[in-house]
Design a protein around this ligand. Structure first.
Ligand code: PGA
Length: 253
């Protein structure tokens, strides 16, 4: 059984004080949730304050990006060692906004992923097609290239620490969610690919999150799909009540 994993990606939103104020409320809404893994990814300046605010709770901390070098003359960059020391457990890698605006490639995604694993944190590997890919029937080809490129050289025993997030770029921040059927189709394709690269037990274990306009009202139907194991949530994770509504998508949670 794959335990669902729901992550909030705040992108470039919230100062450290705003982040801590969110945490104070949100912790109360979800403190009894045991059957869902919960992650918050604030912007880097808020990570230290959030590590303190979330200590001893059921909420894990994630960074939104990281560099692959251990240290050195890389102005503006942050290393995995720095994130691990703060208390990050996860790092989002290869988000489509990084691919679109900051020159991220499958090769740099792969370097970052390796660096995160080497620091004993878990990467969330983001993949997703553009609208033009979907319209020209190239979704599977693009996803395959991103999955294979991102996981290049990753050993089977390292796969248990990896999460994949499928985020169709046309659904991010647009209010246009993939239908549960569209999401399921690509999630199943990703799982088959992982089976092809590794084996069926690794494919059965890996958690694949869906991202792209997830909100409290559409989470349950997405999560009901057999290969959807969680959500990576942008806009709807900025408000404590709304994000708690997503985490508690199942009234039993
Ligand atoms: P959204 O963003 O929920 O605002 O569409 C999702 C993401 O980019 O992770």
């Amino acid at each position: 059984m794959r335990k669902p994993l729901i992550a909030g990606n705040w992108k470039m939103n919230k100062t450290p004080n705003e982040a801590v104020a969110f945490a104070a409320q949100f912790i109360q809404y979800v403190e009894d949730c045991e059957d869902v893994g919960i992650i918050l990814a604030p912007p880097a300046p808020a990570l230290t304050a959030m590590a303190v605010a979330l200590k001893g709770t059921n909420i894990k901390l994630a960074a939104q990006n990281v560099h692959w070098k251990e240290s050195g003359a890389y102005t503006g960059e942050i290393s995995t060692g720095m994130l691990a020391e703060i208390g990050c457990s996860y790092v989002i890698i290869g988000h489509s906004e990084r691919r679109q605006y900051f020159g991220e490639t499958n090769e740099t995604v792969n370097k970052r992923l390796n660096a995160v694993l080497n620091e004993s944190m878990s990467p969330i590997l983001c993949v997703g097609e553009l609208l033009e890919h979907r319209k020209s029937d190239r979704t599977d080809a693009v996803i395959e290239e991103q999955v294979r490129g991102g996981l290049e050289g990753i050993k089977p025993e390292e796969m248990k620490n990896i999460v994949v997030a499928y985020e169709p770029v046309w659904a991010i921040g647009t209010g246009e969610t993939a239908t549960p059927g569209q999401a399921q189709q690509v999630h199943a394709f990703i799982r088959r690919l992982i089976k092809d690269i590794y084996d069926s037990s690794i494919a059965e274990e890996i958690r694949i999150q869906y991202g792209g306009s997830v909100k409290p009202s559409n989470t349950a139907e997405l999560m009901a799909q057999p290969d959807v194991d969680g959500a990576l949530v942008g806009g709807a994770s900025l408000d404590p009540e709304s994000f708690a509504g997503i985490v508690r998508y199942n009234k039993m949670n």
